[in-house]
Design a binder for this molecule. Structure first.
Ligand SMILES: Cc1ncc(C[n+]2csc(CCOP(=O)(O)OP(=O)(O)O)c2C)c(N)n1
Ligand SMILES: [Mg+2]
Length: 319
């Protein structure tokens, strides 16, 4: 791996982490009125996969979407403005955290309906096929999507038509408060692809290098017209299903489990790798961190200076 790629991966990881840490910091002050599903702890999956995507490749995400949009290149001001419900928001301030869109980078919108993104990704891939465009569609979803019939239908349709879709399952072992072991007869999600004769891999979703190395050949294979693939990336969220608490007091996941995963932090472990094994200096890393902090401050100020939608706008774009 080259130094520019390593730096880019760190930049993306840190940009996602610091964006969401800022949400945690300001959430108690009431400027954000929508629920937030934080991806802190899971950033390496978005960063490693999206590093291979072109601006024109489609990306479809779900309720836990901030990291996916940022990794695909979204500007932070419209994202903050969306969280604040302002007109400068990426969805005009009417979608909030769960309905972010960034058409400049082919991030086609996100939905809170579990598994809804999979057939949307099929549609984009089919459109790209019909238009003879060499675009790849990537869809991110959680282990909860595997509980839905749409998941199986989508794998079947994608393989049948050899669509250029990469299915990325972020398996954080919980769907809301339900652990995977109480929901899935077979916990090996990636093995479901065997029935559809589709490549399926299980990887460490907290290791950005492993994600990057696994995703690259599958994305290029899809781009060559050789069909879909699935990545099951194991990971863990630090915060509650939504909001800024850690929900370890609710009786379905305990603090020991959370602490064990926090020791495998994707950002800290990659930083460690860069310093000790890749010859990237602390100065370079601190410089990237400083640039991101400055960008976040500027984005916050910009977002807060954007007005709320007026009364005339009440019914516009709302269905
Ligand atoms: C079709 C549907 N069923 C139930 C819900 C309620 N719901 C919202 S998020 C969620 C859990 C999703 O878990 P997962 O897909 O694993 O994603 P994670 O939150 O773990 O990232 C559920 C059940 C929903 N939004 N849509
Ligand atoms: Mg989950």
């Amino acid at each position: 791996m080259t130094t520019p790629i390593l730096k880019k991966l760190y930049y993306t990881l840190a940009r996602i982490r610091r964006f969401e840490e800022k949400i945690v910091e300001i959430y108690p002050f009431g400027k954000i009125r929508c629920p937030v599903h934080l991806c802190i702890g899971q950033e390496a999956i978005a960063a490693g996969v999206c590093a291979h995507l072109r601006r024109t490749d489609h990306m479809v995400s779900n309720h836990r979407n901030h990291g996916h949009l940022i990794a695909k290149g979204a500007a932070l001001t419209p994202m903050f403005a969306e969280l604040f419900g302002r007109t400068g928001g990426c969805s005009g301030g009417k979608g909030g955290s769960m309905h972010m869109i960034d058409s400049d980078h082919s991030s086609l919108g996100t939905s809170s309906i579990v598994a809804a993104g999979l057939p949307i990704a099929l549609g984009t891939a089919l459109a790209s096929r019909i238009r003879r465009q060499k675009r790849v569609s990537v869809v991110f979803f959680g282990d909860g999507a595997v509980d839905e019939g749409t998941f199986y239908e989508s794998l079947n349709f994608a393989r049948l038509h050899r669509l250029a879709v990469i299915f990325v399952c972020e398996n954080n072992f919980y769907s809301l408060n339900s652990p995977q072991k109480l929901r899935h007869a077979n916990m090996a999600i990636h093995k479901i692809t065997g029935f559809f004769s589709m490549p399926g891999f299980c990887i460490n979703g907290n290791d950005v290098i492993e994600v990057w190395k696994s995703a690259g050949p599958l994305i290029e294979r899809a781009r060559r017209g050789q069909g879909p693939a699935l990545i099951e990336a194991k990971t863990y969220r630090y915060y509650a299903h939504d909001g800024i608490t850690d929900d370890t007091d609710k009786g379905f996941r305990d603090r020991r489990e959370l602490s064990a995963w926090m020791k495998k932090c994707p950002v800290a472990s990659f930083k460690d790798y860069l310093l000790k094994k890749a010859g990237i200096s602390q100065e370079i890393i601190s410089g990237i961190d400083r640039d991101i902090d400055a960008e976040i401050q500027e984005a916050l100020d910009g977002a807060l200076s954007s007005p709320y939608p007026g009364m005339d706008d009440l019914n516009v774009g709302v269905y």
